[in-house]
Design a protein around this ligand. Structure first.
Ligand SMILES: [Zn+2]
Length: 321
Protein backbone atom coordinates (compact mmCIF):
# COMPACT_ATOMS: atom_id res chain seq x y z
CA UNK A 1 0.00 0.00 0.00
CA UNK A 2 1.30 3.43 -0.93
CA UNK A 3 0.52 6.82 0.61
CA UNK A 4 -0.16 9.89 -1.57
CA UNK A 5 3.17 11.58 -0.72
CA UNK A 6 5.07 8.48 -1.91
CA UNK A 7 3.73 8.46 -5.47
CA UNK A 8 6.47 10.57 -7.09
CA UNK A 9 9.29 8.48 -5.68
CA UNK A 10 7.44 5.28 -6.52
CA UNK A 11 7.06 6.31 -10.17
CA UNK A 12 10.82 6.89 -10.39
CA UNK A 13 11.45 3.39 -9.08
CA UNK A 14 8.88 1.93 -11.44
CA UNK A 15 10.70 3.47 -14.36
CA UNK A 16 13.96 1.87 -13.26
CA UNK A 17 12.28 -1.49 -12.68
CA UNK A 18 10.74 -1.32 -16.16
CA UNK A 19 14.16 -0.64 -17.66
CA UNK A 20 15.81 -3.37 -15.57
CA UNK A 21 18.03 -0.73 -14.01
CA UNK A 22 17.05 -0.91 -10.34
CA UNK A 23 20.25 -0.85 -8.27
CA UNK A 24 20.87 -3.97 -6.17
CA UNK A 25 21.03 -1.95 -2.95
CA UNK A 26 18.37 0.71 -2.47
CA UNK A 27 18.80 3.00 0.51
CA UNK A 28 15.68 4.93 1.44
CA UNK A 29 16.00 7.71 3.99
CA UNK A 30 12.86 9.20 5.49
CA UNK A 31 11.53 10.46 8.79
CA UNK A 32 9.84 8.03 11.13
CA UNK A 33 6.12 8.16 10.62
CA UNK A 34 6.36 8.77 6.88
CA UNK A 35 5.41 5.22 5.96
CA UNK A 36 8.86 4.36 4.69
CA UNK A 37 8.45 0.73 5.76
CA UNK A 38 5.29 0.41 3.68
CA UNK A 39 7.06 1.85 0.64
CA UNK A 40 10.03 -0.47 1.13
CA UNK A 41 7.71 -3.47 1.32
CA UNK A 42 5.82 -2.38 -1.78
CA UNK A 43 9.12 -2.35 -3.62
CA UNK A 44 10.02 -5.75 -2.19
CA UNK A 45 6.72 -7.26 -3.32
CA UNK A 46 7.18 -5.81 -6.80
CA UNK A 47 10.65 -7.30 -7.08
CA UNK A 48 9.38 -10.70 -5.93
CA UNK A 49 6.18 -10.74 -8.02
CA UNK A 50 6.34 -13.58 -10.51
CA UNK A 51 4.62 -11.52 -13.19
CA UNK A 52 7.63 -9.23 -13.34
CA UNK A 53 5.75 -5.97 -13.81
CA UNK A 54 6.51 -2.63 -12.20
CA UNK A 55 3.68 -3.07 -9.71
CA UNK A 56 2.84 -6.17 -7.65
CA UNK A 57 0.06 -8.12 -9.41
CA UNK A 58 -1.47 -9.23 -6.11
CA UNK A 59 -2.57 -12.52 -7.64
CA UNK A 60 0.49 -14.69 -8.25
CA UNK A 61 1.81 -17.24 -5.77
CA UNK A 62 4.64 -14.90 -4.72
CA UNK A 63 2.28 -11.98 -4.11
CA UNK A 64 -0.04 -14.18 -2.08
CA UNK A 65 2.81 -15.47 0.06
CA UNK A 66 4.10 -11.94 0.47
CA UNK A 67 0.75 -10.64 1.59
CA UNK A 68 0.42 -13.53 4.02
CA UNK A 69 3.88 -12.56 5.33
CA UNK A 70 5.23 -16.01 4.56
CA UNK A 71 7.29 -15.43 1.41
CA UNK A 72 10.39 -17.60 1.91
CA UNK A 73 12.67 -15.28 -0.10
CA UNK A 74 11.76 -12.11 1.76
CA UNK A 75 14.05 -11.54 4.72
CA UNK A 76 13.37 -8.74 7.14
CA UNK A 77 16.19 -7.62 9.44
CA UNK A 78 15.48 -5.06 12.17
CA UNK A 79 16.47 -4.23 15.73
CA UNK A 80 14.87 -6.61 18.22
CA UNK A 81 13.64 -3.60 20.17
CA UNK A 82 13.21 -0.02 19.17
CA UNK A 83 16.29 1.99 20.05
CA UNK A 84 18.49 -1.11 20.21
CA UNK A 85 21.14 -2.11 17.69
CA UNK A 86 20.68 -4.78 15.04
CA UNK A 87 22.67 -7.74 16.33
CA UNK A 88 25.78 -8.87 14.49
CA UNK A 89 24.27 -12.35 14.54
CA UNK A 90 21.28 -11.10 12.53
CA UNK A 91 23.63 -9.52 10.01
CA UNK A 92 25.63 -12.73 9.63
CA UNK A 93 22.40 -14.61 9.09
CA UNK A 94 21.42 -12.23 6.34
CA UNK A 95 24.83 -12.72 4.71
CA UNK A 96 24.11 -16.46 4.61
CA UNK A 97 20.62 -15.91 3.22
CA UNK A 98 22.03 -13.66 0.51
CA UNK A 99 24.08 -16.45 -1.02
CA UNK A 100 21.47 -19.19 -0.79
CA UNK A 101 19.38 -19.97 -3.84
CA UNK A 102 15.88 -18.55 -3.93
CA UNK A 103 13.23 -20.97 -2.73
CA UNK A 104 10.73 -19.85 -5.37
CA UNK A 105 13.34 -19.60 -8.10
CA UNK A 106 12.96 -15.83 -8.46
CA UNK A 107 14.72 -13.07 -6.59
CA UNK A 108 15.53 -12.78 -2.92
CA UNK A 109 14.93 -9.55 -1.05
CA UNK A 110 16.74 -8.55 2.11
CA UNK A 111 15.08 -5.63 3.84
CA UNK A 112 17.19 -3.97 6.52
CA UNK A 113 14.84 -1.77 8.48
CA UNK A 114 16.47 1.04 10.48
CA UNK A 115 19.91 0.52 8.98
CA UNK A 116 21.03 3.32 11.30
CA UNK A 117 20.77 0.71 14.02
CA UNK A 118 23.60 -1.30 12.48
CA UNK A 119 26.48 -0.92 14.90
CA UNK A 120 30.00 -0.69 13.55
CA UNK A 121 30.54 -4.45 13.75
CA UNK A 122 27.22 -5.14 12.05
CA UNK A 123 27.90 -2.61 9.32
CA UNK A 124 31.32 -4.09 8.66
CA UNK A 125 29.85 -7.57 8.49
CA UNK A 126 27.44 -6.59 5.70
CA UNK A 127 29.81 -4.45 3.61
CA UNK A 128 31.21 -7.18 1.43
CA UNK A 129 27.78 -8.56 0.59
CA UNK A 130 26.55 -5.09 -0.31
CA UNK A 131 29.57 -4.47 -2.47
CA UNK A 132 29.54 -7.71 -4.39
CA UNK A 133 25.93 -8.78 -4.24
CA UNK A 134 25.08 -12.38 -4.98
CA UNK A 135 22.94 -12.96 -8.05
CA UNK A 136 19.21 -12.32 -7.76
CA UNK A 137 19.59 -10.65 -4.42
CA UNK A 138 17.94 -7.27 -3.86
CA UNK A 139 18.82 -5.20 -0.80
CA UNK A 140 16.48 -2.53 0.55
CA UNK A 141 17.68 -0.42 3.47
CA UNK A 142 15.76 2.26 5.32
CA UNK A 143 17.12 4.87 7.71
CA UNK A 144 16.28 8.18 9.30
CA UNK A 145 18.96 10.18 7.48
CA UNK A 146 22.28 9.69 5.72
CA UNK A 147 24.04 11.34 8.68
CA UNK A 148 22.92 8.53 10.95
CA UNK A 149 24.64 5.89 8.80
CA UNK A 150 28.25 4.83 8.47
CA UNK A 151 29.73 6.34 5.27
CA UNK A 152 30.94 2.91 4.17
CA UNK A 153 27.32 1.71 4.00
CA UNK A 154 26.08 4.86 2.26
CA UNK A 155 28.74 4.67 -0.43
CA UNK A 156 27.66 1.18 -1.49
CA UNK A 157 23.99 2.01 -1.90
CA UNK A 158 21.78 3.86 -4.31
CA UNK A 159 20.36 6.71 -2.23
CA UNK A 160 16.77 7.95 -2.23
CA UNK A 161 15.06 10.46 0.02
CA UNK A 162 11.35 10.36 0.78
CA UNK A 163 10.21 13.84 1.78
CA UNK A 164 7.25 14.40 4.02
CA UNK A 165 4.49 16.59 2.56
CA UNK A 166 4.31 20.22 3.66
CA UNK A 167 2.55 20.97 6.93
CA UNK A 168 -0.72 22.03 5.40
CA UNK A 169 -0.93 18.82 3.34
CA UNK A 170 -0.05 16.66 6.32
CA UNK A 171 -2.68 18.40 8.42
CA UNK A 172 -5.30 17.96 5.73
CA UNK A 173 -4.44 14.29 5.19
CA UNK A 174 -4.66 13.47 8.92
CA UNK A 175 -7.93 15.38 9.21
CA UNK A 176 -9.35 13.36 6.32
CA UNK A 177 -8.33 10.10 7.99
CA UNK A 178 -9.78 11.03 11.37
CA UNK A 179 -12.67 13.13 10.11
CA UNK A 180 -11.91 15.83 12.65
CA UNK A 181 -9.82 18.99 12.68
CA UNK A 182 -6.45 18.80 14.39
CA UNK A 183 -4.03 21.33 15.90
CA UNK A 184 -1.17 22.69 13.82
CA UNK A 185 1.18 21.94 16.71
CA UNK A 186 0.32 18.22 16.49
CA UNK A 187 1.93 18.24 13.03
CA UNK A 188 4.98 20.20 14.18
CA UNK A 189 5.53 18.06 17.28
CA UNK A 190 5.81 15.09 14.91
CA UNK A 191 8.18 16.88 12.53
CA UNK A 192 5.53 16.93 9.81
CA UNK A 193 5.43 13.13 9.44
CA UNK A 194 1.83 12.19 8.51
CA UNK A 195 1.56 8.73 10.09
CA UNK A 196 3.27 9.85 13.27
CA UNK A 197 0.83 12.76 13.50
CA UNK A 198 -2.10 10.46 12.85
CA UNK A 199 -1.10 8.11 15.69
CA UNK A 200 -0.39 11.07 17.97
CA UNK A 201 -3.91 12.44 17.62
CA UNK A 202 -5.65 9.09 17.34
CA UNK A 203 -4.18 7.90 20.64
CA UNK A 204 -5.08 11.12 22.43
CA UNK A 205 -1.48 12.22 22.88
CA UNK A 206 -2.42 15.69 21.62
CA UNK A 207 -4.73 16.12 24.61
CA UNK A 208 -2.19 14.76 27.09
CA UNK A 209 0.50 16.93 25.53
CA UNK A 210 -1.70 19.99 26.03
CA UNK A 211 -2.21 19.12 29.70
CA UNK A 212 1.48 18.54 30.23
CA UNK A 213 2.67 21.83 28.75
CA UNK A 214 0.02 23.70 30.72
CA UNK A 215 1.23 22.09 33.96
CA UNK A 216 4.88 22.61 32.99
CA UNK A 217 4.33 26.29 32.21
CA UNK A 218 2.56 26.79 35.54
CA UNK A 219 5.39 25.10 37.39
CA UNK A 220 8.05 27.25 35.70
CA UNK A 221 6.45 30.47 36.95
CA UNK A 222 6.30 31.65 40.56
CA UNK A 223 5.14 30.26 42.96
CA UNK A 224 6.37 27.09 41.19
CA UNK A 225 3.68 24.66 42.18
CA UNK A 226 2.80 21.32 40.60
CA UNK A 227 6.19 19.63 40.38
CA UNK A 228 4.69 16.20 41.06
CA UNK A 229 1.87 16.77 38.59
CA UNK A 230 4.39 17.39 35.81
CA UNK A 231 6.55 14.44 36.87
CA UNK A 232 3.53 12.15 37.05
CA UNK A 233 2.29 13.14 33.60
CA UNK A 234 5.77 12.59 32.14
CA UNK A 235 6.22 9.24 33.82
CA UNK A 236 2.91 7.90 32.57
CA UNK A 237 3.54 9.12 29.03
CA UNK A 238 7.11 7.81 28.78
CA UNK A 239 10.31 9.22 27.32
CA UNK A 240 8.50 10.98 24.47
CA UNK A 241 7.05 13.51 26.94
CA UNK A 242 10.56 14.79 27.62
CA UNK A 243 10.93 15.49 23.93
CA UNK A 244 7.74 17.55 24.09
CA UNK A 245 9.11 19.55 27.03
CA UNK A 246 12.34 20.03 25.12
CA UNK A 247 10.38 21.48 22.18
CA UNK A 248 8.60 23.70 24.68
CA UNK A 249 11.81 25.10 26.19
CA UNK A 250 13.25 25.68 22.72
CA UNK A 251 10.08 27.56 21.82
CA UNK A 252 10.54 29.80 24.88
CA UNK A 253 14.10 30.52 23.70
CA UNK A 254 12.83 31.28 20.19
CA UNK A 255 10.23 33.62 21.62
CA UNK A 256 12.84 35.51 23.61
CA UNK A 257 14.97 35.87 20.51
CA UNK A 258 12.16 37.32 18.46
CA UNK A 259 11.46 34.22 16.38
CA UNK A 260 7.88 33.71 17.59
CA UNK A 261 6.79 32.89 14.04
CA UNK A 262 8.70 29.60 14.19
CA UNK A 263 7.16 28.14 17.31
CA UNK A 264 6.25 24.45 17.39
CA UNK A 265 3.57 25.31 19.90
CA UNK A 266 0.99 27.19 17.88
CA UNK A 267 -2.17 26.62 19.88
CA UNK A 268 -0.23 26.57 23.17
CA UNK A 269 1.68 29.76 22.37
CA UNK A 270 0.21 31.52 25.41
CA UNK A 271 2.12 29.19 27.74
CA UNK A 272 5.31 29.75 25.75
CA UNK A 273 4.94 33.50 26.02
CA UNK A 274 4.29 33.40 29.78
CA UNK A 275 7.37 31.28 30.45
CA UNK A 276 9.53 33.28 28.05
CA UNK A 277 8.70 36.41 30.02
CA UNK A 278 9.31 34.78 33.42
CA UNK A 279 12.45 32.65 32.99
CA UNK A 280 15.90 33.99 31.99
CA UNK A 281 17.35 32.68 28.73
CA UNK A 282 20.47 31.24 30.39
CA UNK A 283 18.24 29.00 32.51
CA UNK A 284 16.20 27.91 29.49
CA UNK A 285 19.29 26.98 27.50
CA UNK A 286 20.85 25.08 30.37
CA UNK A 287 17.62 23.22 31.12
CA UNK A 288 16.97 22.41 27.47
CA UNK A 289 20.38 20.75 27.35
CA UNK A 290 19.70 18.81 30.53
CA UNK A 291 16.36 17.54 29.38
CA UNK A 292 17.88 16.24 26.16
CA UNK A 293 20.44 14.31 28.17
CA UNK A 294 17.74 12.91 30.41
CA UNK A 295 15.64 11.94 27.39
CA UNK A 296 18.54 10.01 25.85
CA UNK A 297 19.29 8.36 29.17
CA UNK A 298 15.71 7.15 29.59
CA UNK A 299 15.54 5.89 26.01
CA UNK A 300 18.74 3.89 26.38
CA UNK A 301 18.18 2.41 29.83
CA UNK A 302 14.61 1.24 30.20
CA UNK A 303 15.05 -0.04 33.76
CA UNK A 304 15.54 3.40 35.33
CA UNK A 305 13.12 4.99 37.77
CA UNK A 306 11.99 7.65 35.35
CA UNK A 307 9.65 9.47 37.72
CA UNK A 308 12.42 9.95 40.28
CA UNK A 309 14.85 11.25 37.65
CA UNK A 310 12.24 13.66 36.30
CA UNK A 311 11.48 14.93 39.82
CA UNK A 312 15.21 15.49 40.35
CA UNK A 313 15.48 17.35 37.06
CA UNK A 314 12.44 19.54 37.78
CA UNK A 315 13.82 20.32 41.25
CA UNK A 316 16.84 21.96 39.65
CA UNK A 317 14.51 24.67 38.32
CA UNK A 318 13.71 25.63 41.92
CA UNK A 319 17.40 26.12 42.66
CA UNK A 320 17.93 28.34 39.63
CA UNK A 321 16.69 31.47 41.37
ZN1 LIG B 1 2.44 -11.01 -8.26
Amino acid sequence: MLYPWQETLWQQWQLLIGQGRLHHAILLTAAKGSGRGALAQHLAQTVLCLNGGNEPCGLCHACQLFEAKTHPDFHWIKPEQEGKQISVEAVRKCNRLAIETSQLGGKRVIFIESADALGEAGANAILKTLEEPPQNCQFILTAQSLDSLLPTIVSRCNKWRLSVPDEAQTKRWVEQQLMQSIKAESVRLNCGAPLATLTFVDQGQDIRHGKLVEAFAAFLQPPHVGLYDVAGLCASEGAISLQWLSFFLLDCIKFQQGAAGYLVHQESATWVEQVARAVPIAVLIRQARQINQLHQQLQKHTGLNSELLIVEWLSTFLKEE
